[in-house]
Design a binder for this molecule. Structure first.
Ligand code: PLP
Length: 386
């Protein structure tokens, strides 16, 4: 809990607010923030150290604020990962995709504007809206957490948002978003009106692909739609599958027009020379960085199958379909906080997030998942007997 003196002129709408963030606890098994649990190989660590050493003598100077070399590396990576060749001016980097999102809200949100998302979804979105004085509205997903495209389209017409924000795969549910659904939303937004903007202005569709590398092989990414849709912005990150959360690198793929809007609101030199050097080194080792993704997909499938064999109060656990590195499970937990607490007592940290009755667990190493299974089996019996 923060203790902010009442004589500080904190913005009225921020009074009583707490900083966002999952608990950072020193426990043996951390399965709560959807990281890749496998540490970088020694060769990657050495490449990072070398790149940083190489630029260290230039640290008296500001970094390349256009981070051209890194944007070229994003382009090369996306070509390899999604089969699309984007130009450097269709890419943009920032300190995590959190910063990318904030920049999008700064550029396209603001007083009198509304952003529209689809509930349940990532809990930071309302905070970007709050911080940029943008209205925040939600369309509701179907019971299985798939997007209700008809309902969303109705709301686009009613609310006239400047941004439609969809997460693929979604967090905290893991639900994939079919390309056909994205294309329907894009088509509607190409002619939809925007509250608080001039006539002829249409909404930007933001697809947050933070977890997209965990999708089932063969599934296209929304970046394949960029060349045909100048109103599409796709946010990506190195924090999840790419196993680089500590470096804080996210990136945006979009038309040059959208990137140029974001460039207006960015801080000068927002991406440090050290960050740029570390990210370039990691991209040189893309194979190693991604080498555990297939195993994590298999861990997800095996864990989902195992969870479905477990029961709570005589009923099998529900597991939401996931193409991510986490699973939302339970569905009928009447005491999810108690389950969370008991797991924590056993050194296993998961997340209380999503609709009532559900919990989220991120895929860890084989040893961590073993500990999770052992602890959960025990905890479910204890909590249901209470
Ligand atoms: C859906 C989604 N988008 C964006 C982010 C932000 O990630 P980062 O800022 O590390 O790129 C997260 C992090 O958990 C997320 O779940």
């Amino acid at each position: 809990m923060s203790s902010i003196p009442s004589n500080l002129p904190l913005r009225n709408d921020l009074i009583g607010e707490e900083p966002y963030g999952a608990p950072q606890l020193d426990v043996p098994v951390c399965l709560n923030v959807n990281e890749n649990p496998y540490a970088p190989d020694q060769a990657v660590c050495e490449a990072i150290a070398k790149r940083v050493l190489d630029i260290a003598p230039t640290l008296n100077r500001y970094p390349d604020r256009e981070h051209i070399e890194l944007r070229q590396a994003f382009s090369d990576y996306l070509e390899r990962e999604s089969g699309v060749r984007l130009d450097v001016d269709e890419l943009w980097g920032a300190n995590g995709s959190n910063e990318i999102m904030l920049q999008l809200f700064q550029a396209f949100g603001g007083p009198g504007r509304v952003a529209l998302g689809a509930d349940p979804t990532y809990s930071m979105y309302p905070e970007y809206a709050r911080d940029t004085f943008t209205g925040w509205q939600l369309a509701h997903r179907n019971a299985d957490f798939t997007l209700n495209v008809d309902a969303l389209i109705e709301q686009i017409k009613a609310v006239k948002p400047s941004m439609v924000l969809l997460t693929s795969p979604n967090n905290p549910t893991g639900t994939p978003l079919p390309m056909a659904d994205i294309e329907r939303v894009l088509a509607v937004c190409e002619s939809a009106e925007v509250t608080g903007a001039a006539e002829g202005v249409h909404p930007v569709v933001v697809i947050d692909e933070a977890y997209v590398e965990f999708r089932n092989p063969g599934t296209p990414s929304a970046v394949t739609l960029i060349k045909d849709h100048p109103n599409l912005a796709v946010s990506r990150t190195m924090s999840k599958a790419f196993a680089f959360a500590g470096a804080r690198v996210g990136y945006l793929a979009a038309s040059k027009g959208i990137i140029d809007c974001v460039r207006i609101v960015r801080m000068p030199y927002h991406l440090s020379a050290v960050t740029q050097a570390a990210a370039l080194a990691a991209f040189e080792h893309t194979d190693e960085q991604l080498s555990r993704v297939e195993h994590l997909r298999q861990t997800r499938e095996a864990t989902a199958a195992w969870l479905k064999t477990q029961t709570y109060q005589g009923k099998p656990l529900a597991v939401a379909q996931s193409e991510s590195n986490f699973l939302l499970f339970g569905g009928s937990f009447d005491k999810r906080e108690a389950i969370f607490d008991e797991l924590l007592k056993r050194g296993v940290l998961i997340r209380v997030v999503g609709p009532d009755g559900w919990l989220r667990v991120c895929m860890g190493t084989d040893e961590e998942m073993e500990r999770f299974r052992t602890a959960l089996t025990e905890v479910l019996r204890i909590v249901e007997a209470e």
